[in-house]
Design a protein around this ligand. Sequence first.
Ligand code: MCN
Length: 818
Amino acid sequence: MTAHAPDLLEVPAPGRVLGSPALRSEDRALLTGVARYLDDVPCEGALYAVFVRSPIAHALVRSADVDEARAMPGVVGVFVAEDMGGLRMPPVEDSPEVFARPLLAIGRVRFAGEPVAVVVAQTRAQAMDAADAVAVDYEPLPPVIDPEAALEPDAPILFQAHGSNLAIRVDDVAEDRGALEDAETVVRARFVNQRVAPVPMEPNGALAIAGATPGQPSVTLWASVQAPHDTRRVVAQVLGLDPAQVRVRTAAVGGGFGGKIPTYPEHVVIAWLARHMGSAVRWSETRSENMVAMTHGRGQVQHVELGATRDGRMLGLRVFVIQDIGAYASEAATLPPLTGLMASGPYRIPRIDFHAVSVVTTTTPVGAYRGAGRPEATWLLERAVDMLAAELGIDPAEIRRRNFIPREAFPYRTPTGANYDSGDPGHALDIALRAAGYTELRQEQAARISRGETWQLGIGISSYVEITGWGSEFASVEADDQGMLTVLTGTSPQGQGHETAWAQIVADTLGVSFDAVTVRHSDTLLVPRGEGTMGSRSLQVGGSAVFRASVALLDKARRLAAHLLAVSESDVRRLDGRLGVSAAPGLSLTWGELASAAADPSSLPLGMEAGLQAQADFEMEDSTYPFGVHVAVVEVDTETGNAKLVRHVAVDDCGRRINPMLVEGQIHGGIAQGAAQALFESFVYDELGNPLTSSLATYAMPSAADLPAFVTVPLATPTDRNPLGAKGVGEGGTVGAGPAVQNAVIDALAHLGVRHIDMPMSPERVWLAIRDAPQDGPDDRRKGGGHGAAGPERFDRGNRNADAERRVDRRGVPPKIR
Ligand code: MCN
C-alpha cells in the first residue's frame, strides 16, 4: 500500500458504498432480456455445427460413413478425427499423457456422449438432420461404471497403453499409517459421494469467427466459459498458434458451477472449423447433450476411520478415497488432494492418514463442481463425527465442541498441511444452535419419538472449514474526461455479481459515485491476463487487484491535483466526486477535469505518464479459510421414507463482506446445491453405461418449492491475507449445507437403528434403510443409553454398503490397491 492509501480498512464512513447491500447493476439487463447470452451474439452468415455423439459407453469405432450426411441439404462439411489430424487436448496436470483426450474419438469411444464426428450446415436443423445420417460402426466393448470395479484385476481397461484404470495416486497429503493406534474407539464406514451434474441454466456453446485481417487474431472464439485466458491458452496450444492469435470472449454466462472451467474439445473443434472453412461457425448444446458432455461433479467412494478417546476426543483419522474421474483425466485430478487438504475440518485431529486414487471409468469425465473436493472432505468428516457421537452416546453438538480448534490457536496448521488464517468454530456453533433453537428442537424430537409419530424430526449439524483464494489477478482502472471510471478485471463471472462489487470497491476508494464505474471483463484482447472465476477466489484476488489499482490511481490523481492546484499533495483529499482542499471549497477538480488534464502532457508534473490510468496485479501468498456451522432440520415420513428439509440455519464466515446482499445470494444458492445433493440429485448410469438421468425430466433438480426459506446469520472474522480482509463465499453454503442435511435425515431415524444412508436420500433409500435397520430396540442415546459397547461393527448394520465395507482391511485400504 502506498503512503496515501485510503482508509478502506479502517472505520467505515457513513454512507459509504463498500459493505452496503448495493443492488446488482447486472440485473436490469438480465431481467429485461437485453443481456446477450452466447447464442444471442449476432453473427450474420454463421454456419451451425452439431456433434455426432457416441450412444455407447465403450466401443471400438470401426468406421464412420459420412457420405449420406455430406449430400444432405445445406450441409457444408462433415468431419471425423482424421480430417483434423487426430488432434488431442493437452494432458491434464499430474495425469499420464496417455489419458489426453482426442478432439473427436480416435478408434475408440469411452463414454456415452463422446463426440465422434461433427456436421456443419447452413442451419441448425439441417446440421441436426445430417448428424442423424452419419453411420458409425461401433464394436461394443464391456463398460465399467463403478470406480471400485474398475480397479478389479479383470476390469475392462480403457487405455490399453496404460494397462490399468488407475490414473493417479495421491499419497503425499498426509502419511501416518499408525494414525489410529492410540484410539480407544474407532468408527469405520464407507460413504459414496455420488456423481452429480452441474446443470447451468445456459448449456455449453461456442461461436468462432476466423479473422483475415493482418495484425488481428486469426480466430475469435466466443465461449461460455469461466476462464477465458485459459481457454485461449488451450485453443492456441492445440491448434499450434501463438496465444495472441486467439481472442476468447464470453457473453453473459448463465451459470457455470465449475462445469465451465475446462476448455472442452468441442470449443477447439469449433475454432478449428472456423479457420478451416474461413467462415463463422456456431455450436450450442441441447440440455440432454449438456447432461452427458459437461463434466460431472463429486464421484468419490470414501473409506473412513475415525478414532477417539472414550470421552470423544478425536485422536486419529484415516481416509482412503477412490475418485471416479470418468473417461478422461480432467479437473477431477485436483479433487482428491483438496479433499485430503481439508480432511481435518475445524477440529484438532493430531494424526491423519490420507490416501487416494483417481480411476477412469466409461462415464462422462468428472471435474470441479461447487466446492470441488472440499465438500467431499466435510461430508466424510461430519458423517464420521456424527457416527462417533452416536457410538459414544454424546450429543452431536457437544462432541464437536470438545474437538474444535479454539479461537486463540489460529493461525493453525493441520496435519494435512493447511494453514488456517483465522476462525472461531465454537462461536459459530453457539450462534447457529441459538438461531435454530437447538434445545427446543431436541425436546420436540424426543416428544415425537415418545408419541410414536409417523413424521419424525431430525436435526443435523455440520461444521466446516474450506479453502479459498489462490493465484494472482490483474486489474486496471481508468478515468475519462466525463469523470467515468472503467475497470478491467481478469475475473470472469457467471452470475456472481462482480460488476457490482468491483464498482463498489472503486467508488469507495476513489470517492466517486457507484454509477460512474463500469466494469469490463471476459475478453482476452481487452484484458491482458486473468485466471478466471472459480474456487471462490474472485473477490479476494480480483477484488484486491481492483483495490490496489484504485489506490494507485488515487495516488496519481492526487499528485496531479496538487500540481494543478499548486497546493501540497498532503492537503488534497477525496471530496464527493472531486479531489481538492477541503478547507478551500473553490480549490478542487472533478475526476473528469483531472482526466482531461492528464491527457495533455504539458499539464503533467515531472515524470508523470499521460493518462489517468493505473493497474495492479495482486497475488495471494496463502489462501484464506472461511468456516461456518449449518443446522438443518428435517421431517421424515417413517412410512414412506419421504424426507423434507423444513428449516436451515447457516452461519458462514467470509471475512469482511463487501456486499452483504451478494454474499447472502451466494449462500442461498450454495445451500440449495448442497441440500439438493443430499436429498435429490444423482447422475445415474445403468450397468451398460447408458445415462439414465440425461434430461431434466429424469435428473432431480430441486425447485424453490422443494426448499424452505433459509436463515442466515452473518459472521465476520477478517483475514490479513489480502487488503480487503475478505475470504471467499461462493462455495461455503454448499460445503456446509449438504452434510447438515444428510446428518439430519439420519438423526431423524437414529432411534429406529438407522446408522447411515448414502445420498441422495430418496424416499426409496430412506424407506429401505428403515426396513433394514436392526430391530433390537431403539437407539436411546439422548436418554443417556448410548450404544458404545456394541463396537464399530454396528455401522455395518443399516448401512446399505456393508458388503463393500467388508472389503476394506483394517488399514482402511482395499487390498487390491495397496
Ligand atoms: N463477496 C463479498 N464479500 C466477500 C466475499 C464475496 O461481497 N467477503 C461477493 C463477491 O463480490 C462476489 C460474490 O460474493 O460478487 C462471490 O465471490 P467469491 O466468493 O470471491 O466467489 P467467485 O466470485 O470467485 O465465484 C466463484 C464461486 C464458485 S467456485 C461457484 S462453483 C459458483 C459460485 O461462485 N458458481 C456460481 N456462485 C455462483 N453463482 C452463480 N450465480 N452462478 C454460478 O455458476
